[in-house]
Ligand binder design. Sequence first.
Ligand SMILES: Nc1ncnc2c1ncn2[C@@H]1O[C@H](COP(=O)(O)OP(=O)(O)OP(=O)(O)O)[C@@H](O)[C@H]1O
Ligand code: NI
Length: 307
Amino acid sequence: MPILEVESLSVSFKQYKAGFKQVQNQVISNLSITLNAGEILAVVGASGSGKSLLAHAILGILPSNARTSGIIKYAGEILTHARQEALRGKEIALVPQSVNFLDPLMRVGKQVRTSVKSGDAAALQRRVFERYHLRKEVDNMYPFQLSGGMARRALLSTAMVSGAKVIIADEPTPGLDPVVIKEALNNFREFADNGCAVMLITHDIESALKIADKIAVFYAGTTVEIARVENFSGHGEALRHPYTKALWRALPQNDFIPIPGSQPHPSELPTGCLFAPRCSLATSECQVVQPDIRELRDGMVRCIHAN
Ligand SMILES: Nc1ncnc2c1ncn2[C@@H]1O[C@H](COP(=O)(O)OP(=O)(O)OP(=O)(O)O)[C@@H](O)[C@H]1O
Ligand code: NI
């Protein structure tokens, strides 16, 4: 059952160029994604591909100069701004990419306790801190007294005790030691197995493959492929999009060959397929219009040549 649906989301920012010329930078284009109850959907893609902006669009915390179009639904109903505000931190929790989201003036134990909606807040907070190896002294510390890794564990704790149905975790693990990473990933899996859902935004495809059900691959502000994790095997024969195949082959345990070229900047997106300038399959048709995302072999792909 879909718990969160994003339909044709586009996000752009007005930018001023030299000579006060205004341009509209398209940072997310026509993006659709569904998150089902019981599922972990990993979102992977290069830096600047729009992953955090998608998270912020779902939570309704995009900067005020962002212009958006498209529909986001939660539990089948449209997420209006008022509903986003009412559900934020309650039914939909964010593990933010930046540790600056912690309140600098509140002791971290208290911050975590205030996000508990039902049950014994003090006991839940201590239990989650223990799980993430945060000692008793940490309860009374202020964010500036924490290391980056400790702050990240406090942010994870906040989402875990919130009682949310959906957790959107934006790069939750960098800087954490492997034991804590494993703990956090297991927590996400348990959370989903209890009928909730997780969107796990990460650069770490290998970790994502261990716990996720599906992987959405982002490129230049849109999804090029959504595939089940089982498709990531061998030489990537079961994958659909040339970019996904190339990402898979670029992993150290595979061919470890980087993909030549780089992702286009939002101010200079190609008119046709966004990946065409780097794609060995590109034909003249690919230069004309951006392909729609379509179903293919129990997955989704945005490429006219994929079969
Ligand atoms: N407030 C803003 N104004 C203008 N452009 C922005 C703004 N915030 C983000 N962008 C641009 O939107 C694009 C997508 O940014 P986003 O932060 O979503 O990327 P990301 O995929 O999360 O990257 P990373 O992996 O580095 O976290 C980038 O090109 C970024 O420069
Ligand atoms: Ni990001």
